[in-house]
Structures are given as structure tokens and as C-alpha cells.
Design a protein around this ligand. Structure first.
Ligand code: ADP
Length: 461
């Protein structure tokens, strides 16, 4: 039998993650297919695949990447064996995974049943509870109406947070500090959820004050083996969106980390999880941890885990989808004892957002681009080159700069150097904002919580 059950892999995504996946395929000797929208005709990522095809000619810029029948049709016509969905777009879409299964094309991710279960935050919380994993006190069923929301808010005590069960990407959430805020917030989140996710189930939970966001990377194979690859600290957030992430979460007590890791594995085992996934927790000031959700896909910040473990997560995803066990030599995680975490890695998301203008996405032509580099620095880019046009249609991520060093301090210095070396002219970037974070004493001390950015005005200067 040949090493590979796949010959051709289609990446149903764009930008840096498409390139990241093409690279993993190349390393495995697999043929790659890109798909791109009209707006991405001149995008760099499509040139990095062996073949590239226009998709969704009559669709909107986003619609092209969400066109399930169009993508399946392309995959069939081009003899594709497997589709990698990346993150965002269709990566957590159970219907898409089902369409792949029906077309006998392997979806590189968990099966559609798991996607459906984990795509609903309430169902995911119920799963965690069934495993004996702590969750934040809150409603277990969707709220009937705004009256019930208020009733429950009063019983939990303020602050509380209203969340869309189908929410994601930091959208569909509203914090309430006072009773009079609850009913309007309920209507707002309901409307938003209906529009953005086509599902307006809303639930409520206690809002934790100044927690850390710690998430555990897990891998599962088809033979019931599940391991974790340590955790990431993703507390540096702006409006519920991550900006800077690092691994390991060295400032959280070891005993808490042990519990998080064990609980993440427990949940993944319980659902029969196959492929790469992330189990997200909030950790309060007393070190209590609470499950919030599981993301059944590769995450933007996976690079920091790769840098400290030496494991190529995207390659692992492909090998697992091919039916290989975690003990495959190119994964080398046949046992939890094979995990060796070395040093510290920090990922900075360089975006075309202007910190001086409320982080409004900037667009236009990059008139000059020079990238950073050097020892201990990894760049995952996709949109940045001299002459590239940044369109308003897609997310504003320009390049992910990941640094590694033996010490956290060293990783901070390398990250600062590498981010400063990124020269981007013609469009505004958040580089000054990132370097302010990296040099802040609270960041260096590991004490950042999820509200740190919002509460630290000097970061915006
Ligand atoms: P999404 O799916 O949109 O990423 P998450 O459920 O993962 O949403 O939450 C994103 C962020 O929102 C968390 O990292 C945290 O900062 C904040 N958050 C979510 N739930 C709570 C809560 N109950 N209390 C405090 N902050 C919360």
C-alpha cells in the first residue's frame, strides 16, 4: 500500500491558511488544488498550489468561499480526494462535511455529527457537563424570551453575558452590567444571531471578571487514541478577538494546567473526537477553570503549539484523515509521553487595521513590503507583497509573526524585532499597537487577562 490514500487535496479557503496547508501537502508529496473568488484573482495563495480554479463567479466575495455545491462540483471534476477547509468559512459547517461525505471526498476534520454537536455552544456545554468538566453557571436551554433572560440574570447576579448558541469569531455576545440592559441586549443578540448564523438560540451565563482564556490543543485518530499538545494563552483580546497568543501558558499554576489538559482529553474522548481540535476554557483569578467551547478545526494560533512541540499540526490533520494512527512517524504522538514542550512561542497577528482610527480596516495597494525574519522567527503570510491590493472583502490578517526562544523574555524580544522588521507601506497596520503590547510590563509578567487591552489606554498611543 502506498503511504498515502490521498493524491490530490483541495483547500477550500484563501490567504495565509491556504498557503499553510499547501505547504503541508507539499511536504507530504500531495498534489494541491486552490480555489479563488473573482476578487482574489491576483491573490498570492492561488499561485502556491499546483492547480487553481475560479469559484463562485456569480457569487459575492464571501459567497464564493461558502458555495457548497460549487466547491463539491469542482472537487469532483478535478479528481480531488480530500478537502481541507482551513479556519472560518466552511470549516465548522456540518452540512459541508456531510456533502463531502456523500460525494466520497474526505473532509479533513471531524465528521459532520461532531461538527453539529460542537457548533452549538449549548450542546457543547452539555457535553462538558456530562463529562464532569466545569462550565460557567448559566442557562442550559435556549432562553424563551427577554423576560426569562432578565429573570435569570437577576438570579445569577451581574455582570452576565448573553450569547448566541451558534456564535463564533467573537460575534453574537453582549455583556450586561445592569438589569435595564438585559432586555435590549437580548433583542440585539437575537437579531444579530438570526442574521449572521441563521439560528437565533440565545443563552445566558455569568460574566467572569478578568479571566484568562486558556485553550488546549488535542489530536484524536480513528482508533480511539486522543492526546493533548499542551495549551495556549489567548487572553490578549480586543472585542473578544485574539491579537497575541503564546504557548505554553506559563503564568497559570501547573496544577490548573494539568486539570485543563485532562479535561480537554476527557471531552475529546467522550465524543470520539477524530482530527485536530481545540478545547477552550476561561480561568478565573482563583484558578478555577470553566469550559466555554470546542473548536473542531485548525486555529489561527496553531503556530505557537507547533513551535514549542515540533509537531506539524496540519500535516497531522492530513495523516489522520488518511486513516493513519497518531503513532505515525510524521506525527509521533502514539503516547502522551511523546509530548515534549520546549521553550516559548508568541504569535502576533499583523493586520491592516489602523489603531489610530478605531482599528478600521485599511485597504488599497501595498506600495512597498519587506518582511522580517531571522533566528527563531516564523512568518505565515499570504497577502503581503509589493503591489498587492488589500480588498475590503476579507479579514484583515496580513501576516502572522511567530517567535520562539528558550525563555519568554527572549521570545518577546524576538517577536518585537521581527514585527518591527515588517515594513509595510501604502496601507496602515497595527504594528505599533502590537509592539506596545509586547513591551508592556503586564504582558511580560504573564498577568494579562481578557480585559487587559480594553483597560490599558497606553497600548493605543
Ligand atoms: P467565539 O466562539 O465567538 O470565539 P467564545 O465563547 O470562544 O466566543 O468566547 C470568546 C471570548 O469571549 C472569550 O475568550 C472571553 O474573552 C469572552 N467570554 C466568553 N464568555 C465569557 C464569560 N462568561 N465571561 C467573561 N468573558 C467571556
Amino acid at each position: 500500500m502506498s503511504e498515502h490514500n490521498f493524491k490530490k487535496v483541495l483547500v477550500a479557503n484563501r490567504g495565509e491558511i491556504a498557503i499553510r496547508i499547501f505547504r503541508a501537502c507539499y511536504d507530504l508529496g500531495l498534489h494541491t488544488v486552490a480555489m479563488y473568488s473573482n476578487e482574489d484573482t491576483y491573490a498570492l495563495f492561488r499561485t502556491k498550489a499546483d492547480e487553481a480554479y475560479l469559484i463562485g463567479e456569480n457569487k459575492s466575495p464571501l459567497g464564493a468561499y461558502l458555495d457548497i455545491p460549487g466547491i463539491i462540483d469542482l472537487a469532483k471534476r478535478r479528481g480531488v480526494d480530500a478537502i481541507h477547509p482551513g479556519y472560518g468559512f466552511l470549516s465548522e459547517n456540518a452540512e459541508f462535511a456531510r456533502a463531502c461525505e456523500e460525494a466520497e471526498i474526505t473532509f479533513i476534520g471531524p465528521d459532520s455529527g461532531i461538527l453539529a454537536q460542537m457548533g452549538d455552544k449549548l450542546a457543547a456545554k452539555a457535553t462538558a457537563l456530562a463529562c464532569g468538566v466545569p462550565t460557567i453557571p448559566g442557562s442550559k436551554e435556549p432562553l424563551r424570551d427577554a423576560d426569562e433572560a432578565l429573570e435569570r440574570a437577576v438570579s445569577y447576579g451581574f455582570p452576565v453575558i448573553l450569547k448566541a448558541a451558534a456564535g463564533g469569531g467573537g460575534r453574537g455576545m453582549r455583556r450586561c452590567d445592569r438589569p435595564e440592559e438585559v432586555k435590549p441586549a437580548f433583542e440585539l443578540v437575537k437579531g444579530e444571531a438570526h442574521k449572521a448564523f441563521g439560528n437565533d438560540d440565545i443563552f445566558i451565563e455569568k460574566y467572569l471578571v478578568e479571566p484568562k482564556h486558556i485553550e488546549v490543543q488535542v489530536l484524536g485518530d480513528r482508533y480511539g487514541n486522543v492526546v493533548h499538545l499542551g495549551e495556549r494563552d489567548c487572553s490578549l483580546q480586543r472585542r473578544y478577538q485574539k491579537v497575541v497568543e503564546f504557548a505554553p501558558a506559563w503564568s497559570v499554576p501547573q496544577a490548573t494546567l494539568e486539570k485543563l489538559r485532562a479535561d480537554a482529553v476527557k471531552i475529546a474522548r467522550h465524543v470520539g473526537y477524530v482530527n485536530a481540535g481545540t478545547v477552550e476554557f476561561l480561568v478565573d483569578r482563583d484558578g478555577n477553570h470553566y469550559f466555554i467551547e470546542m473548536n473542531p478545526r485548525i486555529q489561527v494560533e496553531h503556530t505557537v503549539t507547533e513551535q514549542v512541540t515540533g509537531i506539524d499540526l496540519v500535516r497531522a490533520q492530513i495523516l489522520i484523515a488518511e486513516g493513519h494512527p497518531l503513532s505515525h512517524p510524521s506525527i509521533d504522538m502514539g503516547s502522551q509521553d511523546n509530548l515534549h514542550i520546549k521553550g516559548y512561542a508568541i504569535q502576533c497577528r499583523v493586520t491592516t487595521e489602523d489603531p489610530a482610527n478605531h482599528f478600521a480596516p485599511d485597504t488599497g495597494k501595498i506600495t512597498a513590503y519587506r518582511s522580517g525574519g531571522g533566528c527563531g522567527v516564523r512568518l505565515d503570510g499570504g497577502n503581503a507583497y509589493t503591489g498587492a491590493v488589500i480588498s475590503p472583502y476579507y479579514d484583515s490578517l496580513l501576516v502572522k509573526v511567530t517567535s520562539w526562544d528558550n525563555t519568554f523574555e527572549g521570545a518577546c524580544r524576538r517577536a518585537t524585532r521581527a514585527v518591527r522588521e515588517e515594513h509595510v507601506r501604502g496601507v496602515k497596520t497595527n504594528i505599533p499597537f502590537i509592539t506596545n503590547i509586547l513591551s508592556h510590563p503586564t504582558f511580560r509578567s504573564g498577568a494579562c487577562h481578557t480585559k487587559f487591552i480594553d483597560e490599558t489606554p497606553e497600548l493605543f498611543e
